[in-house]
Design a protein around this ligand. Structure first.
Ligand SMILES: Nc1ncnc2c1ncn2[C@@H]1O[C@H](COP(=O)(O)OP(=O)(O)OP(=O)(O)O)[C@@H](O)[C@H]1O
Ligand SMILES: [Mg+2]
Length: 312
């Protein structure tokens, strides 16, 4: 059965989208099973990274292929959604001239930026408070309803969340078996981790009591904390540099058992690969920073192995 994992951090620029793409590729290569990656962010960074900006605009604005926006639009129009029309095969670049056969994708749309507000404002009427709560649960489960249709075609489904915990992110959390928090190993980036984890605990508690109160036909299943992944680690002689190591050790003490041992280094490989819409695994096709991209792909391989062990 497909495992659904959200990459969540309300802090921007920590590597949620980069990790979603690279873990997606790593998991596909490691297991040789199908993987689905989902872009939930109106910034569309994962979509751009995976396809390239031009190809994205051509697909969505010219060829009119479906995106996550259609999923939420259908909710407002009270139409059912056909999962297979939203999931796209063969979009994610493997090289300048080929795509991954076994990595599928759900694209985001810039108009999703308005969706949070629209969702927050919409309140379907109900004959009593129980029914109103049931409607609220339905609003939270828009994404889950879609993923339930398709997730068994995949070994892993990775959800790249926007840098907030609004309704779209809550939809991701609600649909997930696990949430994982990417962080940069600096003081300011790590001070917020406990707050995020507390927030997620509260979502679990709130969603469960909503289910119980509304006598929802299915129980709410808690989303487990899958762990903290350090990204953009600076190394010195093959080890995290002293200030990063110190921060990583502090976080490891604070969140015992929850920090990944493997991490991703800070390096040009990722940025250079991103600039030509490729993952670092495709380092052979890069015109520069090839060695760094190759090194980062090894780190991603190791991270993927640990991910497979932890997310079971
Ligand atoms: N390990 C790394 N080394 C170097 N650059 C990196 C690394 N990881 C990510 N980046 C770069 O940092 C920037 C932010 O990464 P990314 O977009 O993945 O973060 P994000 O958490 O998804 O951001 P947002 O919150 O805006 O969605 C990008 O330009 C990306 O290429
Ligand atoms: Mg992102």
């Amino acid at each position: 059965m497909g495992k659904v994992i959200s990459l969540i951090n309300w802090k921007g620029g920590v590597g949620k989208s980069t990790l979603t793409l690279h873990l997606g590729v790593g998991l596909q290569k490691n297991t040789n099973k199908r993987v689905l990656i989902v872009d939930l962010d109106p910034q569309c960074n994962l979509s751009f990274l995976a396809l390239g900006v031009e190809s994205y605009f051509e697909s969505v604005y010219e060829s009119d292929i479906a995106t996550l926006k259609d999923v939420f639009d259908n909710y407002f129009n009270e139409k059912d959604i056909d999962g297979s029309s939203i999931v796209h095969e063969k979009l994610v670049n493997d090289s300048p001239s080929s795509v991954f056969d076994k990595i599928d994708m759900i694209l985001s749309h810039q108009d999703l930026v308005l969706m949070d507000l629209k969702l927050a404002r919409s309140q379907r009427e109900g004959k009593d408070h129980k029914e109103v709560t049931r409607n609220e649960i339905e609003k939270l489960s828009i994404l889950k309803t879609l993923l339930d249709q398709v997730k068994d075609d995949y070994e892993y489904v990775l959800l790249d969340c926007p840098p907030n915990v609004n309704t779209v992110t809550q939809n991701a959390f609600y649909a997930s078996d696990y949430f994982v928090v990417p962080v940069k190993p600096d003081f300011l980036s790590t001070t917020g981790i406990s707050l995020i984890v507390n927030y997620m605990d509260r979502f679990n508690a709130d969603f469960e009591s909503m289910h119980n109160y509304a006598e929802f036909p299915t129980p709410y299943i808690h989303t487990e904390f899958g762990g903290i992944i350090f990204n953009m680690v600076d190394e010195y002689k093959g080890e995290p540099k002293a200030t990063h190591l110190e921060t990583m050790q502090t976080v490891t003490t604070q969140h015992a058992g929850k920090t990944f041992d493997k991490y991703i280094t800070n390096g040009d490989g990722i940025a250079v690969a991103a600039s030509v819409n490729l993952p670092v695994y495709s380092f052979n096709y890069l015109s520069r920073s090839r060695d760094n991209a190759a090194k980062q792909s090894i780190y991603f391989n190791e991270l993927t192995e640990e991910f497979i062990e932890r997310i079971v």
